[in-house]
Design a protein around this ligand. Sequence first.
Ligand code: UDP
Length: 420
Amino acid sequence: MSTTHKAHCLILPYPLQGHINPMLQFSKRLQSKGVKITIAPTKSFLKTMKELPTPVSIEAISDGYDDGGLDEAGSYAVYITRFKEVGLDTLSQLIQKLRNLDNIYYHVDKGVIKLPPTQVDEEILLPGLSCTIETSDVPSFVSTPESDILVEMLVNQFSNLQKADWILINSFYELEKEVIDWMANIYPMKTIGPTIPSMYLDKRLPDDKEYGMSLFKPMANECLNWLNRQPISSVVYVSFGSMAKLEAEQMEELAWGLKNSNKNFLWVVRSTEEPKLPKNFLDELASEKGLVISWCPQLQVLEHKSIGCFLTHCGWNSTLEAISLGVPMVTMPQWSDQPTNTKLVQDVWEMGIKAKQDEKGIVRREVIEECIKLVMEEEKGNVIRGNAKKWKELARNAMDEGGSSDKNIEEFVSKLMTIS
Ligand code: UDP
């Protein structure tokens, strides 16, 4: 799209919190370089937003369920089918704009990984991945597909990628050199991340402190005041992002694991998850050492000097935010790309440790306690904490003027300007 004055980008975020956040930050960066931005969320998604971004314009599109989106549809299958019918034109653009980091979906498309993988502990070596992965490290959409249409949508992204002029990835070159080099032989891929507000990467820059387009209302004062009272590097920050639902048994194990670790903890429990907390946990067990809140300003929390460890589901945004702010991780992946992100965090970037599940799929309290202590206290944790500092520095460098992501963004903007 173009105007007489400057390039104009229409941004089509997939209607989930974890997609809106990086898209919005990238949009702001483009805007700061003179590109006009219009963001196009679905109407149903826009209705649920508790915070709206100020400097960009918004044009909502229809997914066929303008009142309740996915919830109204009742299942991915029904939702996606209707979205295809109603928003066919925008859908093809939307799919191209989806985050295309996942080497793995490409190999499903090309038949290297069969769907679903047959052997439980099958070892898989993929070009561009610097470690061997097992079936359990593969995204859950592939290893345990719950909806054929969702897998089809993810895999089909690759059928359109050949037509794209640019594929922009929310990562940075130094973090994923091998896979980016390998994929760049096939697709015009460029890294443009981490797409977090610039002020977290360079203190001299004025910027918004948060993403500014949130589905939940953050309890900012309550949690920041509490963090201000805690000693340096003493707090475990716990969050499972905007979607994951834990089993009540897992919530109980986690609660006891945190309590038994004897560390201070800040735990984000969304209001729909709160009934699963053990009885009296909030009043009796958590009151001395912990604070449980329904949503927080995560970047401000991760940046806070009192935070010593992030117990995370390893959603891609949370992972990249922890990397950018140098916070070591204990990981408890739930679904989607989280098992793969966990594998990289532990075995490639060596910036965290996975808390392993038992045969019932539950991470037990002893394991949680042990992992937290390892990351925060022990000798082995020194390496992890050292690597966290290293990756933070490299993330900053990538976005700094002349850094790998900054150069790609500059190149993209100049191209846009010439097209316009
Ligand atoms: N987040 C937040 N406050 C919270 C928990 C999460 O602002 O209390 C943000 C977090 O910073 C991240 C996003 O929500 O940008 C979650 O995205 P992610 O990809 O980590 O997980 P998803 O929600 O997609 O599972």
